[in-house]
Design a protein around this ligand. Sequence first.
Ligand SMILES: Nc1ncnc2c1ncn2[C@@H]1O[C@H](COP(=O)(O)OP(=O)(O)OP(=O)(O)O)[C@@H](O)[C@H]1O
Ligand SMILES: [Mg+2]
Length: 376
Amino acid sequence: MEERHIKERPEVGDAGRDVERSVAVELSGVTKRFGEFVAVDDLTLDIYEGEFFSLLGPSGCGKTTTLRMIAGFEEPTEGGISVDGDPVRGVPPYRRPVNTVFQSYAIFPHLNVFDNVAFGLRRAGVKGEELQRRVTDACEMVQLSGFEKRKPSMLSGGQQQRVALARALVNRPKVLLLDEPLGALDLKLRKEMQLYLKNLQHEVGITFIYVTHDQEEALTMSDRIAVINEGKVQQVADPPTLYELPKNRFVADFIGQTNVFSGTVESVREGHVTLRTSSGEKVEVTARGVEVEVGQEAHAAVRPEKIRFGSEGDNVSSTTIRQIVYLGVSTQYITELSGGERLVLYQQNSREEDNPEVGEEVPVAWDARNCLILGG
Ligand SMILES: Nc1ncnc2c1ncn2[C@@H]1O[C@H](COP(=O)(O)OP(=O)(O)OP(=O)(O)O)[C@@H](O)[C@H]1O
Ligand SMILES: [Mg+2]
């Protein structure tokens, strides 16, 4: 990704609010404890109207708990949640302007597609022509027209998931909460559904809050992502910013692959930092936003695709090729620096070249501007 597309490290973007946009869901200082255990820790987030917003983080980090608090299945131990401008503490789930799609489809096996989609509307007293029209519209929206009479057992996994979606969209919630809705699908169908969901969200304009532990899925679909670890927000940003300017080591490791050098800051000049690793490797870094001082321990990160074979660049090191993994569009090289550090790089398979072989000693190079000092 080109650097010019990247916003500078969003100091306000994280906690500050974009006053031009309406907030659909506001979490303010939300903490959830189960006994002594803190599942969600002082979460403050604004999710804007019409946004595709993802909560991304490893298993157990508190994603589902956060979603359940927005939906009203749990109440925060501390802090408050507002939906569409109104505080929702004490408001039962069915009276909140949100709907949830869970990981397991949770559609009724004994009801056909029409009756599954109509279920909530009937309970809300909608009937006759209006019921017919709204269910038909919802089925059309998820491309299941003609399937209305089918039972779930006669549908594929992706089709069943779309029934669940239609059922959640049919009463036009302000906010749709989706908890790993594609987890049960195979890779190909999951990829199709990702694009489908993204387009659908764009068409209907409803705010989507999407939970996933799959970083690629989050990057593909989201306008913005909150990366969460152990109940705490690590960074909130759009996908390119998260990838190019991760705030800390956790985000850098969780989003894509990265090479991290740990060492001592040797010098700091205007916008430029030199780091010296314990093995003596010198790493030149363009400093953006993070303040470091000479003598301080710090980490520098560089993405595998920013490193190339050759000896021209701000950073040049001699490496030995340890492993080569052919990945189709690119090849992954796992190399070792003279000090023993491992360095991973990707090369596009776009040209016929004299590619190095395992055991060969080759120079690699990368530029300071593609290298980042990480906090924490
Ligand atoms: N009712 C509960 N009682 C006690 N602990 C709970 C309860 N619900 C969740 N937890 C704990 O809170 C933490 C966060 O759980 P949560 O379900 O929100 O994680 P998650 O991020 O959705 O994970 P996954 O990706 O595995 O679904 C976990 O450690 C979990 O064990
Ligand atoms: Mg979960």
